[in-house]
Design a protein around this ligand. Structure first.
Ligand code: THU
Length: 133
């Protein structure tokens, strides 16, 4: 089985860039691309709370913005300093269901526990492009 420790540590570097003055809950994400590039994301909050954007969405939107697409993605690590590993929120699961391949490894880690999963497991019965295109 692949050892994702390197990618997890890169995600913890991204976590240091979190802007989370309201929740004090920092999240970091790092995407490993097949060309070996690393794309980072951190949660960025806003005084108008709905303006907050999650770490994993920021990372995935960033790589799409740079022209990469789901087939370019090897794995994504999402980390927090919380007591529990941060399972992606519902909005992020919806976004990841469209922008990641179903079996792309999603590594969740909080320095106490690590889980390797994928979006097919995290979001059953998906609503997606097949329903609206
Ligand atoms: N957060 C993420 O960045 N990713 C998730 O999947 C869970 C929640 C952030 C949003 C907010 O800044 C903070 O964690 C607390 O909800």
């Amino acid at each position: 089985m692949t050892d994702y420790t390197f990618l997890v540590e890169e995600a913890f570097k991204a976590l240091e860039n979190a802007y989370a003055p309201y929740s004090n809950y920092q999240v970091g994400a790092c995407v490993l691309l097949k060309d070996k590039s690393l794309i980072y994301g951190a949660n960025i909050e806003n005084a108008s709370f709905g303006g907050t954007s999650c770490a994993e969405r920021n990372a995935v939107f960033s790589l799409y913005s740079q022209g990469y697409r789901k087939d370019d993605i090897e794995a994504i690590a999402i980390v927090s300093n919380g007591d529990y590993i941060a399972g992606p929120c519902g909005i992020c699961r919806q976004v990841l269901s469209e922008l990641l391949n179903q079996d792309t490894p999603i590594i969740l880690d909080n320095r106490k526990e690590r889980m390797i999963t994928n979006i097919e497991k995290l979001l059953p019965l998906q609503f997606g492009p097949k329903d609206v295109l």
